[in-house]
Design a protein around this ligand. Structure first.
Ligand SMILES: Nc1nc2c(ncn2[C@@H]2O[C@H](COP(=O)(O)OP(=O)(O)OP(=O)(O)O)[C@@H](O)[C@H]2O)c(=O)[nH]1
Ligand SMILES: [Mg+2]
Length: 314
């Protein structure tokens, strides 16, 4: 296996876009060799700055990601973009928008964009996004931007991959701060109020400030609030500066490592859960789950000892 993987990894690390695309497909599809590939790539990871951007549908995430990518390119940094699509890749104006912007960047090999529509796929969205991020990181991308719609647990899991999480709010969309899930509030390292050209931006800002005064973060960081008009590129420099400032803050007192340890604790539990479930499923040959369920339903056996039996404790 190593004999095949090594030249591939060398190509990938030299910046070869086809080797990168092939590696991403391999981990996305959990194709043969995917685990070996990830194992070999892992020692090359940890250098990229991973920025997660989350917000309601249509909040302007893609527009903002696009401007941020340009900003980093002007700083001579290579960029990887993972757009996590909540539904289908073939419907919705935003996806069309993504496509158009993708063509914009097409001539620049310094920007690599991957759209993913993998909800419900093997291993789940968070896991796949994590694996794709690993590949991009190992390929030597300086900055990785992950765009995801901020609604559920998957998104909270996805932002756990990020060193920096940007939560994007917009005025007057009914997603005022009160309705934003507490979990999303807690994960924000930076708030963006996009569409600040619209009425109500100040109100959203006041609401965030009010919430912040109620719950001080235990690491002492007060997430800054950056107002943007992404469609006009306004506020993007400020957002870049806020990201850099938080990055500097993380570098002090080992905070980056501490955050990474916390993230890995969660991720290791997830990976373990996946692996155990897969193992248990393999033990249940076709149809036997239905048979066992029938036995429990008919009270022919109890589910407690059944589970013990399956996980090998019996
Ligand atoms: N007025 C105004 N419109 C904006 C602004 N930023 C983005 N838009 C528009 O809002 C629409 C949605 O922008 P996207 O960047 O696709 O939003 P998104 O959050 O990526 O959307 P999804 O991926 O579908 O969740 C587009 O028509 C943008 O042109 C802004 O600051 N002001
Ligand atoms: Mg989008």
């Amino acid at each position: 296996m190593d004999r095949e993987i090594q030249p591939w990894i060398e190509l990938l690390r030299s910046g070869d876009a086809r080797a990168l695309a092939r590696a991403i497909s391999t981990v996305e599809n959990r194709a043969a060799g995917s685990a070996d590939l990830l194992k070999t790539l892992f020692p090359h990871t940890g250098k990229a700055r991973v920025i997660g951007l989350t917000g309601a549908p249509g909040a302007g995430k893609s527009t903002l990601v696009d401007h941020l990518a340009r900003l980093y390119r002007r700083q001579n940094r290579t960029v990887g973009i993972v757009a996590v699509d909540p539904t289908s890749p073939y419907t919705g104006g935003a996806i069309l928008g993504d496509r158009i912007r993708m063509q914009d960047h097409f001539a620049d090999p310094g920007i690599y964009i991957r759209s993913m529509a993998t909800r419900g796929s093997l291993g789940g969205l968070a896991r796949t996004t994590a694996d794709v991020t690993t590949v991009l990181d190992a390929s030597g991308r300086d900055v990785i931007l992950i765009e995801t719609v901020g609604v559920g647990q998957d998104e909270v899991d996805i932002v756990r991959l990020a060193d920096i999480t940007v939560v994007i709010l917009v005025p007057g969309m009914g997603d005022d701060v009160q309705t934003i899930k507490a979990g999303i509030m807690e994960i924000a390292d930076i708030f963006v109020i996009n569409k600040s050209d619209r009425e109500g931006a100040e109100r959203v800002e006041r609401e965030i400030r009010a919430l912040q005064s109620l719950a001080v973060r235990n690491d002492g960081w007060t997430p800054p609030i950056v107002k943007t008009v992404a469609s006009e590129g306004k506020g993007v420099e400020e957002l870049g500066a806020a990201v850099a400032e938080y990055q500097n803050y993380l570098q002090k007192e080992n905070r980056a490592l501490k955050k990474s340890v916390e993230n890995w604790q969660e991720r290791l539990v997830e990976m373990l859960r996946d692996a155990m479930l897969e193992k248990a499923r393999a033990a249940l040959v076709d149809g036997s789950l239905a048979r066992l369920a029938a036995e429990v339903a008919e009270h022919k056996r109890d589910p407690y000892s059944l589970i013990e039996e399956i996980v090998g404790k019996g």
